[in-house]
Write a protein that binds this ligand. Structure first.
Ligand code: COS
Length: 377
C-alpha cells in the first residue's frame, strides 16, 4: 500500500513516537504539559515541517507523508500530534495564499521552530455555520481595525500568530465579505482567554483569542479582500486529512491496546483473546481501521496529485472520526472494569477520541459536504 519512501517515513515516525511520546503520554494527559524537550525534538526531527516548501525552510514533502506521521504520533498520544499543526491549519493558509514576504516571515518562522501558528474561524456564536462570524476588520487607510473574539483555538494560549477570519464588508451577501489576516499575538489589543479545561487531548492547549481595536497592517491581509471564506474552506479541506489521520491513529491505538490486553487477561482459565467474541470484535475493528486508512491515504494522494479533495477529505474525516470513537468504546469494553481505570491507556484514548467527530467540522457537517458534492445543492 505504501512505497519504500513512505514506509521509511512510517518507520521513523513510529520509532520516534514509541521512544519520545508513548512513555510520557499519561504524564501529558495528567499535567496538560508535554514532556520537557519534546517540542524541540519534534522540531529537530523535522516532522512538524513536512508540507512546508523547501524554499521556506520546510521539507517539501507530501500530504501522504504528513498523514502517516500524524497517524503514528496519534497512535501513541493524540495531543502530541497537535505539534504537527504547521503541516495543516497553521501552515496551509500561507502555503496556498501567502505572498513571498508573508511566507518568508511566518512559514519560515514555523519551519525553523521559532513561531507557533493557529487558525481562527470559530466564534462563540459561529461554529458549524462558519459564514456567520461577527469579527470585523474595518479598513482605516493604512491598517485594518480588528475587533472580535475567536474561541476553541488550538494553540491559542501559546501561538505567536493566528490566521483570523473577519468581516471586511458588512453589506456583502452571504459569505462574500469575509477576509483573512495574519495577526501577531504580541500586538496591542490581542489577548488570550482562560485555558480551556477539556475532556481530552489535554496537552493540546485551547483558549479564546480576543481582538480589541487591533491595528493590522495592510500587508498582513492574506490573499485578497473578500476571499476569506474560500481560504477557510480550502484550508479546512486539507486540515480534514490531518484530523482524519489523527483519528485513524487513535483507532489503531485502541486496537493495539485491545490486542495487548486480551492476550494477557485470563478469565475462565484462558486468555480472553481465545474467546470468539473477542476475536470477532478485534477482527471487526481491524477491518474498519484498514478501511479508514484507505480513505485517508486516498485523500492525501489526491491532494498530492493536485486534485480537488473536498468530498474525499470529508469522507475520511467523517469515517475516521466515528471509527475512533467506536474502536475506543469496544476496546474499553474488552478491558472490562480495568478499562475504566486510568492505569490503562484506553481510558485516555476513549476521552481523546471524543473530539475527533467534532472539531474541524462535525460528522454532520462532513455529511452535508459529501451529500452537497454528490447530489448537488
Ligand atoms: N473549497 C473552496 N471553496 C469552497 C469550498 C471548498 N471546499 N466549500 C465552499 N466553498 C465556496 C463555495 O464555492 C462558495 O463560493 P461562491 O459563492 O463563490 O460559489 C462559498 O464558499 C460558499 O459556499 P457554501 O454556499 O457551500 O457555504 P455554506 O455557508 O453553505 O457553508 C459549510 C458550507 C457548512 C460546508 C461550511 O460552513 C463549513 O464547512 N462549516 C464547518 C466549519 C468548520 O469545519 N468549523 C470548524 C473549524 S475548526 S478549525
Amino acid at each position: 500500500m505504501l512505497d519504500k519512501k513512505h514506509e521509511m517515513i512510517r518507520k521513523l515516525a513510529s520509532e520516534f513516537a514509541e521512544k519520545e511520546i508513548e512513555p510520557y503520554a499519561d504524564e501529558a494527559d495528567t499535567t496538560g504539559e508535554f514532556h520537557e524537550g519534546l517540542r524541540e525534538k519534534v522540531i529537530k526531527s523535522r516532522f512538524h515541517a513536512i508540507t512546508i516548501p523547501k524554499k521556506y525552510g520546510g521539507c517539501g514533502g507530501d500530504y501522504l507523508a504528513s498523514a502517516i506521521v500524524t497517524e503514528e504520533f496519534a497512535r501513541k498520544d493524540a495531543s502530541a500530534s497537535s505539534m504537527l499543526m504547521p503541516n495543516s491549519l497553521s501552515g496551509a493558509p500561507l502555503i496556498y495564499f501567502g505572498n513571498e514576504e508573508q511566507n518568508q516571515k511566518y512559514l519560515r518562522g514555523m519551519a525553523e521552530g521559532k513561531l507557533i501558528g493557529a487558525f481562527g474561524i470559530t466564534e462563540p456564536g459561529s461554529g458549524s455555520d462558519a459564514g456567520s462570524i461577527t469579527t470585523t476588520a474595518e479598513d482605516c487607510g493604512d491598517y485594518y481595525l480588528l475587533n472580535g473574539r475567536k474561541c476553541f483555538i488550538s494553540n491559542g494560549p501559546i501561538c505567536d500568530f493566528i490566521t483570523v477570519f473577519a468581516k471586511t464588508d458588512q453589506d456583502a451577501p452571504g459569505v462574500k465579505g469575509i477576509s483573512a489576516f495574519l495577526v501577531e499575538t504580541s500586538w496591542e489589543g490581542v489577548s488570550t482567554g482562560k485555558l480551556e479545561s477539556k475532556m481530552g487531548i489535554h496537552a493540546s492547549k485551547t483558549s479564546d483569542v480576543i481582538f480589541e481595536n487591533v491595528k493590522v497592517p495592510k500587508e498582513n491581509l492574506l490573499g485578497k479582500e473578500g476571499q476569506g471564506f474560500k481560504i477557510c474552506m480550502t484550508v479546512l479541506d486539507s486540515g480534514r486529512i490531518t484530523v482524519s489521520s489523527q483519528a485513524l491513529g487513535l483507532a489503531q491505538g485502541a486496537l493495539d491496546e485491545a490486542i495487548k490486553y486480551t492476550k494477557e487477561r485470563i478469565q475462565f482459565g484462558r486468555p480472553i483473546a481465545k474467546f470468539q467474541n473477542t476475536q470477532f470484535e478485534i477482527a471487526d475493528i481491524a477491518t474498519k481501521v484498514e478501511c479508514g486508512r484507505h480513505l485517508v491515504y486516498e485523500a492525501a494522494r489526491m491532494k498530492d496529485a493536485g486534485m480537488k479533495i473536498t468530498t474525499q477529505a470529508a469522507m475520511a474525516k467523517y469515517y475516521c472520526g466515528e471509527l475512533c470513537n467506536d474502536a475506543a468504546y469496544r476496546s474499553l469494553q474488552l478491558h472490562g472494569g480495568y478499562g475504566f481505570m486510568k492505569e490503562y491507556p484506553i481510558e485516555r484514548i476513549y476521552r481523546d477520541a471524543r473530539i475527533m467527530s467534532i472539531y474541524e467540522g462535525t460528522s454532520e457537517i462532513q455529511k452535508i459536504v459529501i451529500a452537497g458534492n454528490i447530489i448537488g445543492k
